[in-house]
Design a protein around this ligand. Structure first.
Ligand SMILES: NC(=O)c1ccc[n+]([C@@H]2O[C@H](COP(=O)([O-])OP(=O)(O)OC[C@H]3O[C@@H](n4cnc5c(N)ncnc54)[C@H](OP(=O)(O)O)[C@@H]3O)[C@@H](O)[C@H]2O)c1
Length: 249
């Protein structure tokens, strides 16, 4: 049975990954903070797909917790690691809680870097393994600390794809636009003026991600509309990017 780990599998994109991989017959190690919810997801996946699910409660903003997850990755080779856990801080940077900013950096950058490295040893010995790092189109745009964290994730993953592909590994940054999940609700963001066409479905995002991963892509941007937005952002005049930057945190 293949074995995979997903961080943040209790909701949204991570939950869609958990279901998709369980449906393919992967045993799973599920990592996040809410133990009751983790156990519920684990029990549902076992009942529906007959796979084994291990629950590992960890707050990835906490270094000691993160080290326990690293130790689990070093125990045996994983087929897929999905570094997905993340959250947004909904305050202008100069007014935001610095501890919340630090936690966001630790969950979306430090944990991604540490868990990737922890998984590599066993994967390289096995000569195979996949890592999906969930980034965002925000990483291509001037969007405050969140955009900066995701720019790091995309750059790091694109480099690791090239560095390790000849040793049998596939590493990919998944860069979705707006996805209907608990993300915006958790950060208490008012999304009422976001156009309907901008929303993506988490299951569709994950289907595209797994397909692109298996084709060896370094960066996956689900949907033609967001590929176009990213393409235009590379060509757009400085004035427009500066206007976007001023409007964001
Ligand atoms: N939704 C979007 O529009 C969108 C767009 C682009 C990229 N993304 C990225 O997609 C990823 C998943 O987001 P989502 O939209 O699916 O959000 P979501 O529905 O809010 O789910 C977030 C998941 O992350 C876990 N998590 C949050 N903080 C954590 C921590 N400190 N330690 C461990 N686990 C933690 C949560 O579980 P617990 O509460 O149990 O810890 C939950 O399972 C994030 O990296 C996000 O930046 C989202």
């Amino acid at each position: 049975m293949p074995l995979s780990m997903i961080t943040g599998p209790t909701a949204g994109i991570g939950y869609a990954f958990a279901r998709a991989l369980a449906a393919e017959g992967h045993d799973l190690v599920l990592v996040s903070r809410d133990e009751e919810r983790l156990q519920q997801v684990a029990d549902d996946l076992t009942a529906t797909y007959g796979v084994e699910c291990e629950v590992l409660r960890a707050d990835l903003s906490d270094l000691e917790h993160t080290r326990l997850v690293e130790a689990r990755l070093r125990k045996e080779p994983f087929d897929i690691l999905v570094n997905n856990a993340g959250f947004g801080v909904n305050k202008p940077f100069h007014d935001s809680d610095l501890e919340a900013e630090q936690a966001a950096l630790d969950v979306m950058v430090r944990a991604v870097m540490r868990l990737t490295q922890a998984s590599l040893g066993e994967m390289l010995t096995a000569g195979r393994g996949d890592i999906v790092n969930v980034s965002s189109v925000a990483g291509f745009l001037p969007r405050g600390t969140y955009g900066a964290h995701k720019a790091w994730v995309t750059s790091f993953s694109a480099w690791a794809n090239v560095r390790y592909r000849h040793q049998g590994l596939r590493v990919m940054a998944l860069c979705p636009g707006f996805v209907r999940t608990e993300f915006h609700q958790r950060m208490d963001a008012d999304m009422s003026d976001t156009a309907e066409w901008m929303w993506l479905d988490a299951e569709e995002v994950v289907r595209t991600a797994l397909s692109d991963l298996r084709r060896g892509k370094a960066v996956c941007i689900p949907s033609r509309r967001y590929k176009a937005i990213v393409g235009i952002s590379h060509l757009s005049p400085r004035g427009l990017t500066e206007r976007i930057a001023r409007r964001n945190r």
